[in-house]
Design a protein around this ligand. Structure first.
Ligand code: DNO
Length: 348
């Protein structure tokens, strides 16, 4: 596996120099943040990021994300234009050495939490989710914690009304349309597309979500068999739903060669939702060692990163993306892989 760390570009409060000091790190996962979704990424912006990484000996082979604009998701009349833009961005990132693109197909909202400052017993703080708390929010007048509020309230209402009544089937067909339309560019550039699971993996605010359960991914790989069509195994997101057997999914989809990227973080079921725990198995509800063992058993050699860390050691980091707990996550992940790989070599 290739261990990576998410870096929000030159404006990230965590400098690349610190990231470079994390043991056994191969590179960073980043994106272009200075253009609006649906626009072509300037080559210069990519070059600046690439040079910054090169200077620190870090690879820049994963982009998270090239945003998929709503018009593509709901199948609007301009979707072909936006798909062309997406294809051009794929060519541009490939030109600077990118091999994997993480994206999501969640209507309107990306990840959603009801609390960004849940206080844990040990004094650290985490992101958390309670179904009851989420229900208190009015989707038409929404100020969700951590959500970047990139839409005005009018725009949000317009989007919500467009999606009203949209079936899962329709959304799925729009995803298939999108992936088929970019297929030749994936062949040409060699880029692997890694869809991020819905987070949480169920419908929210009556919006359909279609990348939540094992069957959703199976169906997607059957509908678009192109080998560049794969997934980000975000074990935290998938594991938020108790019905998802994440170890089985890690095993099954890595065996099929569909996992290009893995987000390894743990969650703990609590109340009517979950809390994002430390990465370790003992701190949460997911069996991290078994997940890594399944990946290693099947020869997984994709990208891995720690995910949403707690705020610890007094850090006031970007929610989920401080330095300290994610760095601890890295050393834990390194340990799990070292042990799993050794056991595999020794035939145990
Ligand atoms: C949250 C992230 C997501 C992810 C996108 C991918 O912390 O895992 O925002 O980057 O869903 O498009």
């Amino acid at each position: 596996m290739k261990l990576t760390f998410r870096w929000y570009g030159l404006n990230d409060s965590i400098p690349l120099a610190y990231i470079r000091e994390i043991p056994s790190l191969s590179g960073v996962v980043t994106s272009v943040y200075d253009v609006k979704p649906g626009e072509v990424w300037p080559k210069e912006s990519l070059q600046v990021l690439k040079e910054a990484c090169d200077n620190k000996g870090l690879k820049m082979e994963v982009i998270e994300s090239i945003p998929v604009v709503e018009e593509i998701k709901y199948g609007g009349e301009n979707r072909d234009h936006y798909i062309e833009v997406f294809k051009e961005n794929l060519r541009r990132v490939a030109a600077v050495g990118v091999k994997c693109v993480c994206y999501n197909f969640m209507p309107v909202f990306d990840w959603v939490r009801s609390d960004l400052g849940h206080v844990n017993e040990d004094g650290s703080t985490s992101l958390s989710y309670s179904e009851k708390e989420l229900k208190k929010y009015d989707p038409h007048n929404l100020h969700l914690p951590g959500w970047d509020e990139s839409y005005s309230l009018d725009e949000l209402s317009r989007l919500l009304s467009i999606y009203q009544g949209m079936s899962h089937e329709e959304l799925f067909n729009n995803l298939v349309y999108f992936l088929n339309a970019i297929s030749s560019t994936l062949e040409e550039t060699g880029i692997n597309m890694a869809i991020h699971p819905d987070d949480p993996p169920w419908d929210i605010f009556s919006l359909p979500r279609i990348a939540s359960k094992e069957e959703d991914f199976k169906r997607l790989f059957e509908a678009v068999p192109n080998s560049h069509n794969g997934m980000t195994l975000c074990v935290g997101s998938l594991g938020e739903c108790k019905e998802n057997d994440v170890v089985k999914m890690a095993d099954e989809f890595s065996k099929e060669g569909r996992i290009y990227f893995a987000h390894l973080r743990n969650i703990r079921y609590e109340g009517d939702g979950f809390v994002e725990s430390g990465h370790e198995t003992a701190d949460g509800s997911l069996d991290m060692a078994a997940i890594v063992e399944a990946l290693v058993k099947n020869g997984f050699d994709g990208y891995v990163r720690p995910d949403h860390g707690r705020n610890i050691f007094g850090e006031q980091g970007k929610p989920g993306y401080g330095l300290f707990d994610r760095a601890l996550g890295c050393t834990y992940i390194n340990g799990l892989f070292e042990m799993a790989e050794r056991k595999k070599k020794e035939g145990k």
